[in-house]
Design a protein around this ligand. Structure first.
Ligand SMILES: C[S@@+](CC[C@H](N)C(=O)[O-])C[C@H]1O[C@@H](n2cnc3c(N)ncnc32)[C@H](O)[C@@H]1O
Length: 335
């Protein structure tokens, strides 16, 4: 059976501080069930992610091209490496995700990985573009990653300033890149009172339309903001419970204060999010393990009626972000 070697983008090592091999290996194992004997391979001092597979089909090449750290693919032929052409999975340029720079932004490559492994757990067949929700959207890294990969993107964010900055970035970006689109921001009213803002956009690309919707508001009100709409996947990076350069943390929690752990917020939000998933849909969540253990989080997901994916590669994503954040991810499916 041929052996393939995937060269990772140089940035992968920087992002995961020496743990890129483990994370990208786990990502490939989960998203590419056709790949056997997945592991790091060294050729002339350069590290590759190697795997065995019969001649790759077009669909399998697409799976490899969608790996978050994929830079190039080679097929090993004796001592030589033959380049393998990969399809281009991006519907929009990756500068949609890389241009915004701000404190508290979730790393782009990690967001791509989280989206990929969450979608790999979805068991329902797609009926069009996948409907992705990030109910803690920040300034939109998940939303942009989803759009870039051809999915519809939806979000809720509690910080109105972050929402406004996201909307203003999308407007400028789409205009400057001369991408055909229609976008509108409006007030959300309940019983005559304005309770928040809504951004809706349609982006037209190669004869197809991608949609984006984002609301300001508390994530625990996500179901009432979106009404009857259901999602294939919920992909989100939970607040870390650390202060980004100020005394308050990024958790808009249950006590009315900024909590040090997202546990209380997640306990209340997870049942709401679970109700927004289609059957066969999946929820992928990244979080800071210093504020909440995997066991406790898994129990919250189970209580919300979801089935947690565990064991093997599903538990090989923990990595250090900085001295106060050890990030991990967990994926659960709605039966
Ligand atoms: C880790 S950040 C997500 C960052 C985002 N992925 C990005 O790259 O821009 C978590 C976000 O959750 C938001 N948040 C925290 N508590 C919330 C709540 N109760 N309702 C809505 N948003 C909340 C914070 O304002 C923050 O933007």
């Amino acid at each position: 059976m041929p052996r393939y070697l995937m060269l990772r983008t140089p940035s992968a090592n920087r992002v995961y501080a020496g743990e890129a091999a483990t994370l990208t290996e786990a990502e490939l194992k989960i998203t590419a069930p056709f790949a056997a004997d997945v592991g790091d391979t060294d050729v002339a001092g350069v590290g590759y992610l190697g795997f065995d597979a019969p001649d790759l089909t077009e669909g399998q090449l697409d799976v490899v091209a969608r790996q978050s750290a994929c830079f190039a693919l080679f097929r090993q032929e004796g001592d030589l490496l033959a380049p393998v052409a990969l399809p281009r999975p991006l519907v929009l340029d990756d500068d949609l995700v890389t241009i915004p720079k701000y404190q508290g932004k979730t790393n782009e490559q990690f967001t791509h990985l989280l989206l990929g492994v969450t979608l790999a757990a979805v068991t329902r067949e797609p009926t069009g573009p996948r409907q992705i929700l990030d109910p803690l959207a920040g300034r939109g890294t998940t939303l942009s990653t989803a759009l870039m990969l051809g999915h519809d993107a939806h979000g809720v964010e509690g910080d109105e300033k972050a929402f406004e900055q996201m909307v203003s970035f999308y407007r400028t970006y789409l205009r400057r890149k001369r991408i055909k689109h229609a976008a509108d921001t409006s007030s959300v009213r309940r019983e005559g009172k304005v309770i928040g803002r809504r951004f809706e956009g349609e982006i037209r690309r190669d004869g197809e339309a991608l949609h984006i919707t984002a609301f300001t508001g508390d994530t625990r009100d996500s179901a009432s903001l979106f009404g009857r709409k259901k999602f294939d996947a919920i992909v989100t990076d939970a607040p870390y419970g650390v202060a980004h350069g100020s005394a308050t943390t990024d958790v808009r929690g249950v006590s009315g204060h900024r909590d040090r752990s997202p546990a209380g917020l997640l306990r209340e939000a997870l049942p709401v999010w679970a109700g927004q998933l289609m059957h066969g849909g999946a929820l992928g969540l990244s979080w800071n393990t210093f504020g909440l253990s995997r066991e406790d989080l898994a129990a919250l997901l189970t209580d919300a009626g979801l089935t947690v994916r565990s064991g093997g590669a599903w538990e090989q994503f923990a990595h250090r972000v900085d001295s106060s954040i050890k990030r991990d991810l967990i994926v659960a499916v709605k039966p």
